[in-house]
Design a protein. Structure first.
Lengths: 155, 251
């Protein structure tokens, strides 16, 4: 597998999705970086453990984490950065295979593909939520520390 | 309550509802819209306000003594720049940088300006994304030009039909139909190698990614009405795409 090529392609794809979703012009490159980090971590986990559900969870977690950090930096909603990064992880090929199996009257195979697609969608959701909870805890700690420093006390 | 205070409160309500309307029309998450509206309300000394947001309408109740206002949302699309702009205006209003009147004027400008990229650039971007996904999902380089062209064509078809008819599911269905027929044609003529990867790559720009992500985040944040309805919209869109592809494959 060709890491630089995959990095470049995922960067380009996420940036292109940024254009389709009309993200603000100056965040297009950041959107590409979010997509690239998500895809590379997904691929790395997939090659290491050979389980696409875990890999998707890791990828979605990375996307949400990077998107939260960038959102703080640019002072923009987190959604601007996360959407383009999530799209490469969507289980398009499994959904397609399941649809094709149904058309071929191969229902057992269709169900197994559909279950796989469902598990992966769930993994995306879990990754997003876990990252969000983690970031909320971190930011709360930060805010408390700053308040202590400047002598503000809040019960 | 004197007359000036009354008009000022009316202006504040107009401003909040317009902000919420623009954000929902551009595809922001429900909890983010609620958060923005409540923050703006608190900055205007409306401490006891409540809002209830669904993908088709926003209700905002400023306090016990004033009437609740409602605004209907008819069309939704993805325009993240508007979300970011409204967010910036609300931040400046809350920090006291803008007065209420200035904020309202800026919202009106945001509401009336078209921030989308030109359609040619959007089609080009969709085509590039299709090509990239073809390679990322393991397709061969010889299929690249077909995925590029088919992805762009399908995106253009969907956008054109969407402008003409405003029926999203029909547009996505026709787009998937175009992808399926063109890909089958390319394989039939003998130019393309792998039907499956060409179709998957070309379909990617149509995938309702924003709806899926928003639905999940809304559900997790406890906004069950909007979470479920956005999930239903995402499911219907995915179903339309699947039906379009399946129709072609069944021949």
């Amino acid at each position: 597998m060709n890491w630089p090529l995959e990095a470049f392609l995922s960067f380009l794809a996420a940036g292109a999705f940024g254009v389709v979703f009309n993200t603000p012009r100056r965040t297009l490159v950041s959107c590409g970086l979010v997509g690239m980090s998500g895809w590379l971590i997904y691929r790395m986990f997939f090659l290491m453990f050979d389980d696409s559900v875990q890999a998707t969870f890791a990828g979605a977690f990375a996307v949400a984490l990077v998107a939260h950090i960038l959102a703080k930096k640019f002072k923009m909603p987190m959604i601007v950065f996360s959407i383009a990064g999530i799209i490469p992880l969507v289980p398009g090929s499994r959904a397609y295979n399941s649809m094709r199996s149904i058309v071929e009257n191969n229902y057992l195979e269709a169900i197994s593909f559909a279950a796989d697609a469902l598990m992966i969608s769930g993994a995306i959701a879990m990754g997003l939520v876990f990252a969000e909870v983690l970031m909320q805890m971190v930011f709360k700690q930060q805010a408390k520390r700053i308040q202590k420093k400047i002598g503000m006390t809040r019960n | 309550m004197n007359q000036a205070g009354e008009t000022r409160r009316e202006l504040a309500l107009d401003c909040f509802l317009l902000a919420g309307k623009i954000m929902m029309e551009s595809g922001a998450e429900t909890y983010r819209i609620e958060d923005t509206m409540i923050r703006m309300a608190v900055s205007q000394k409306m401490m006891d306000s409540h809002c209830f947001i669904t993908p088709t309408g926003i209700m905002f109740s400023p306090s016990n003594e004033m009437a609740t206002r409602f605004v209907r949302i008819n069309s939704r699309r993805t325009d993240l720049e508007r979300v970011a702009l409204v967010n910036a205006v609300s931040r400046r209003l809350v920090s006291g940088e803008l007065t209420l009147q200035q904020a309202y004027d800026e919202m009106l400008i945001i509401d009336q300006t078209d921030y989308m990229f030109p359609i040619q650039i959007q089609v080009l971007a969709a085509a590039v994304a299709s090509g990239c996904f073809l390679i990322l999902l393991g397709g061969g380089w010889q299929d690249l030009p077909f995925a590029f062209i088919i992805g762009g064509t399908a995106f253009y078809t969907v956008e054109t039909i969407l402008v003409q008819t405003r029926v999203k599911f029909f547009a996505e269905f026709v787009g998937a139909l175009v992808i399926g027929s063109l890909a089958s044609l390319v394989i039939y003529v003998g130019l393309g190698q792998d039907l499956d990867t060409i179709i998957i790559g070309s379909v990617m720009p149509l995938v309702p990614g924003l709806l899926i992500t928003n639905a999940v985040r809304d559900l997790m944040a406890g906004h069950f009405v909007s979470g479920l309805s956005k999930g239903a919209e995402a499911f219907l869109t995915a179903f339309a795409i699947g039906a379009g592809i399946a129709l072609v494959l069944s021949f």
